[in-house]
Design a binder for this molecule. Structure first.
Ligand SMILES: Cc1cc2nc3c(=O)[nH]c(=O)nc-3n(C[C@H](O)[C@H](O)[C@H](O)COP(=O)(O)OP(=O)(O)OC[C@H]3O[C@@H](n4cnc5c(N)ncnc54)[C@H](O)[C@@H]3O)c2cc1C
Length: 691
């Protein structure tokens, strides 16, 4: 039908045949975000001349109520059966517009979204004419696709109302509690034998200065009181099969070797002949092969360190009968879950040998070690002593293992330096400076920093307090790393820190100190195994990656696998808990109805075209997304490809190899692509201002 006739017909309110596309085109100014660059009226006017375009409008905010009403009215009153919208990001408003279509009685997948803000106005703001032409071409391609679009239905699957939380630090605990309170079953798996993660290692925490362990205990007690939560410590995920809503996860659990608690636990630990580096105190003390990391830990009983226990049996001799069993074996079991929260946390950066004196001089320690040293329950009962002497001069050097510069700092095993800011260490160092001042009122304290980033509410107070507390600040530049070296034997202080201080216009200063504290950054805990099991990916900083840092900040690219806390990047406790609650909200929204709805954009096999070549199965990167199945019909046996939609991510690799063109991705069929490519390259109608 000639295009003028289509438009005339629409104006006259006539109804063409049902299957004939009647496309509504809407161009959003997005305030001025798009409209300040792209001539939106002109784009709408020009697109209105294309075949099958029944209405074409521009509007200041298509996502506003009047904007949405305009679309709904056109659907109801003008018989619009395809919608093309040029607006901001699809991530922001795809759901908004799908719901608009649904409310108006149209299949929500008969809508195509063109990103005019990110792809046009923001990147071409200096060339409005070209931006307008690009908008017309991109939307013309969308219209070409719309002509070929077919209604789709989401993939609907039953789901277990049960979530797996991996990691029992503050983030994992928070997520587990939130999930359980929404009525979901939760299995929490913690690798170590105790709950709480790193937070248990700090005595007090900024920005409230509360005692960390009692605060953590409050959360742990709430988790323990929740009947919906099952906790497995000393446990790790060994494998998983399935997909969102239906994972079967295998968990491998190490035995504790000790049953419950008993009165003479100290005596039992005393007789153990093995001494090991105490991880809880970052090696500042030793522990036995039967141990507990700290007094109030949960679970509270002792545990055997199987790696180092020689099974000499001394402990069994003195413990009440049956309480210790050195023959216990690890065991495996499975859980059926609908979604997974990864809350595997962080580890402090480990400096290289000799990096600012690390391991070269015993008087160089890290910030986490300083925390343990100053802890009243720590290895020196909170006294600020080193090597048996009170510390009188101390230098805290910031940004060790953070904000590194390529070519200046040594790279990690993967060849990358840690160029990110670890965010937590500035405030943690400043809070330690004030604690040192309390414990050693006459000590000289130096904070040697690149920039102070006390970015959170009340964090700046720590900077102000340290300044008032006579802490001396010296500022270095990243490429001029402070140097730590041994002082003369007769010198009063064992170490010298040389720094070019840019607060005194680049003066080179040498400070004699008793102790150097390296304010080390955060790195992710190594979770290569989990990345492979759940197919999640890390970012360039090695932390687990979210889909979009702003719009989908806790979801991974794998549906049903979400992130909580510092597994995703450096965060303080407040941020870790906020992320953990967000993760719990995402998971419960996904599975609490006992079913999941997935996008319909998955591979589809045309059984009449498929000859069972199996090429698609060979190239498919997803496990169990497509397989060959044997069928019998009229005494004939043959094979055909069959898709499991829940496992398919719609990548389309199978489409490209099928020799019979029997495969397509729903919603992104080859004929739709071809139409789009042709439209984008075709001549466009003349528009005012094009010359
Ligand atoms: C020196 C220092 C001082 C700090 N002081 C403060 C402060 O005062 N205030 C503040 O707000 N924040 C502070 N922080 C930050 C705070 O420690 C973190 O925000 C918090 O610990 C993050 O909790 P999380 O649960 O994400 O990670 P973690 O505490 O690291 O917990 C992760 C848990 O996951 C477990 N795990 C790891 N891998 C696996 C696996 N494969 N399977 C099962 N379990 C696994 C680990 O054993 C651990 O128990 C400080 C950080 C540092 C480095």
């Amino acid at each position: 039908m000639p295009e003028e006739n289509v438009n005339k017909q629409a104006q006259a309110g006539q109804n063409p045949k049902d299957e004939e596309p009647r496309i509504g085109v809407y161009v959003c100014n997005c305030g001025g975000n798009i409209g300040d660059v792209v001539k939106c009226d002109m784009v709408a006017q020009t697109l209105g001349k294309l075949p099958n375009v029944t209405v074409a409008h521009s509007n200041m905010f298509m996502c506003s109520d009047p904007g949405q009403k305009m679309i709904a009215d056109d659907i109801k009153e003008k018989g619009i059966n395809r919608v093309v919208i040029g607006a901001c990001s699809i991530f922001l408003h795809e759901q908004t517009f799908r719901r608009t279509l649904e409310r108006a009685g149209l299949n929500p997948y008969l809508y195509y979204h063109v990103g005019l803000r990110e792809q046009v106005s923001w990147v071409h703001h200096g060339t409005p004419k070209e931006a307008t032409e690009k908008s017309i071409r991109m939307m013309a391609a969308g219209i070409a696709k719309a002509r070929n679009m077919k209604p789709l239905e989401p993939v609907r699957l039953p789901a277990h109302r049960h979530a797996l939380v991996i990691g029992g630090g503050v983030a994992g605990l928070r997520s587990a509690l939130d999930l359980a309170r929404r009525g979901l079953q939760v299995t929490l798996v913690e690798k170590s034998h105790y709950l709480g993660g790193r937070m248990a290692q700090w005595e007090r925490v900024f920005p409230t200065n509360e005692e960390a362990r009692p605060l953590l205990k409050r959360l742990i007690d709430q988790v323990l009181a929740e009947p919906n939560i099952t906790i497995h410590t000393g446990a790790q995920v060994a494998g998983a099969k399935g997909y969102v809503g239906n994972y079967t996860v295998t968990i491998r659990q190490q035995p504790r070797g000790v049953r419950g608690t008993f009165p003479n636990e100290q005596g039992v630990m005393d007789v153990c002949p093995i001494k090991q580096r105490c991880e809880f105190n970052y090696g500042l003390s030793t522990r036995k092969a039967i141990y507990r990391p700290y007094k109030e830990c949960v679970p509270e009983g002792l545990v055997i360190d199987w790696e180092h226990c020689t099974k000499c049996g001394e402990c069994v001799q003195v413990a009440p009968e049956g309480m210790i069993n050195l023959e216990e074996e690890a065991h495996e079991f499975t859980v059926e879950v609908g979604a997974v929260v990864l809350a595997t946390g962080f580890q402090p950066y480990e400096p290289f040998y000799g990096e600012m004196g690390w391991k070269e001089y015993p008087e160089v320690i890290t910030l986490p070690q300083l925390h343990r040293l100053l802890d009243d329950e720590g290895p020196s009962d909170g006294k600020f002593y080193w090597n048996g002497h009170p510390v009188r001069n101390v230098a805290l050097i910031h940004c060790v293992g953070s904000r590194q510069v390529e070519g200046v700092h040594r790279a990690q095993m993967d060849g990358e330096v840690n160029n990110y800011c670890s965010r937590v260490c500035c405030t943690a160092s400043l809070s330690m400076a004030s604690l040192i001042r309390q414990k050693a009122p006459d000590a000289k304290i130096y904070e040697i920093y690149e920039d102070i980033r006390a970015y959170g509410r009340w964090h700046e107070d720590y900077y102000t307090r340290a300044s008032k507390n006579n802490v001396t600040f010296l500022r270095y530049y990243a490429e001029e790393i402070p140097e730590v070296r041994r002082a003369d034997e007769k010198a009063e202080n064992p170490l010298l820190v040389k720094v070019r201080d840019h607060l005194t216009w680049g003066e080179e200063i040498e400070i004699p100190v008793d102790l150097v504290v390296l304010s080390v950054g955060m790195m992710p805990n190594p979770v290569q195994d989990l990345m492979e099991i759940f197919k999640v990916t890390p970012g360039s900083d090695r932390f687990l990656l979210e889909v979009h840092p702003k719009l989908r900040p806790v979801e991974t690219a794998v549906n049903g696998v979400v992130l909580a806390g510092t597994a995703q990047g450096p965060m303080n406790i407040q941020e870790s808990c906020a992320a953990a609650s967000a993760a719990a909200a995402k998971v419960s929204a996904l599975i609490e109805q006992a079913k999941v709805e997935l996008e319909p954009y998955v591979a589809h096999v045309d059984p009449d075209q498929c000859q069972g070549s199996g090429e698609c199965v060979k190239v498919c990167p997803q496990e169990e997304a497509i397989e060959l199945k044997t069928f019998s019909e009229n005494g004939r046996t043959f094979q055909r490809a069959v898709v499991t939609p829940a496992n398919c991510n719609g990548c389309g690799v199978c489409v490209s190899v099928c020799p019979n063109r029997a495969l397509d991705v729903q919603g992104w069929r080859l004929d739709e692509y071809e139409a789009m490519v042709e439209a984008i390259a075709a001549d466009i109608p003349a528009w005012e201002g094009a010359a």
